[in-house]
Ligand binder design. Structure first.
Ligand code: UDP
Length: 311
């Protein structure tokens, strides 16, 4: 049995990864300090003999007594509101946390996978975004703490690959949604769904013409798993290219929830990217991966999860 360590394993994507890996018969070690993760996301795994939970902040030295085959570094605050509230923790987990987890990968001779982000492209001037685009990031804006941490993470990951010859992978993850997102994490999917279910106004920021492309969690986990196994060191975009404006997204949520909510307009956050859509040519070619779950199907699952988890 192979051992996989998942940092941020009690978070949204991390906990789904833990589920998936256990089903594939890996032994899973989940490391999380529960800053934005939640023990509820892994409570169903705590009695599984192939699952271990370690409450630890990966910005501090990590000691693991077992051999490790893979390290998946997913720990980080991941919502724009989190970056505003936790800017230093966001910078530290992306820099010191990535350094520590790379050091662990070196010691254990483990394959290392970094959860990077479409935020490395900032407010992109190239659309859709291929991996070859270097991005347009404001280093000192409120989102800069996340963007620059992820960019540093990519840089140090490739430095460890080049200098220490460790096997590394970089997933550039675009907007992902599904059950276990925090209802109050401030991102558009939980915000609109919870507002619609409570018949409160849906808060569209700016005029809603900015676009995003949303990927369902099961597709994302499948893509990350393939990347973990495939021999590809260059960054790979993972996301669903189905792009839509935020105003259309608000209308879609209203329709799917059959809500009478109004749509209201609020200030656009600083440096909010105007467009975002992954070019997934590389993922298709290298991993044989493409998203399978449509936006509507994924949203229906997510809405019913939010309905039942609020009871
Ligand atoms: N957004 C919005 N209303 C909300 C929350 C977000 O209009 O209540 C917008 C936000 O300005 C951005 C998009 O939805 O343009 C996606 O925001 P999110 O926070 O989900 O993540 P981002 O893609 O910006 O990292």
């Amino acid at each position: 049995m192979e051992n996989v360590l998942v940092t941020g394993g009690a978070g949204f994507i991390g906990s789904h990864l833990c589920d998936f890996l256990l089903e594939k018969d890996y032994h899973v070690i989940c490391v999380d300090n529960l800053l934005t993760g939640n023990e509820k996301n892994i409570s169903h795994l705590l009695n599984n003999e192939n699952f271990e939970f370690i409450n630890h902040n990966v910005t501090k030295y990590i000691k693991i007594n077992k051999s490790l085959n893979y390290i998946l570094h997913f720990a980080s605050p991941a919502s724009p509101i989190d970056y505003l509230e936790l800017p230093i923790q966001t910078l530290k987990v992306g820099s010191l946390g990535t350094h520590n987890t790379l050091g662990l990968a070196k010691e254990k001779k483990a394959t290392f996978l970094l959860a990077s982000s479409s935020e490395v492209y900032g407010d992109p001037l190239v659309h859709p975004q291929p991996e070859t685009y270097w991005g347009n990031v404001n280093p000192i804006g409120p989102r800069g703490v996340y963007d620059e941490a992820k960019r540093f993470g990519e840089a140090i990951t490739l430095a460890y690959h080049r200098v220490h010859k460790i096997d590394t992978k970089i997933a550039r993850i675009f907007n992902t949604f599904g059950p276990r997102m925090r209802i109050n994490d401030g991102r558009v999917v939980p915000n609109f769904i919870s507002q619609a279910l409570e018949n409160k106004p849906l808060t569209v920021y700016g005029d809603g013409s900015q676009t995003r492309s949303f990927c369902y969690i099961s597709d994302m986990v499948d893509g990350v798993y393939r990347l973990m196994l495939f021999n590809e060191t260059d960054p790979v975009n993972l996301g669903n290219p189905e792009e839509m404006s935020i105003i259309d997204f608000a209308k879609k949520i209203k329709k799917l929830t059959k809500s009478n909510s109004k749509i209201i307009f609020e200030d656009l956050p600083v440096d909010d990217p105007k467009v975002r859509q992954p070019d997934i040519t590389r993922a298709k070619e290298v991993l044989g991966w493409r998203p399978k779950v449509s936006l509507d199907e994924g949203l229906k699952n997510t809405i019913s999860w939010f309905r039942s988890s609020r009871l």
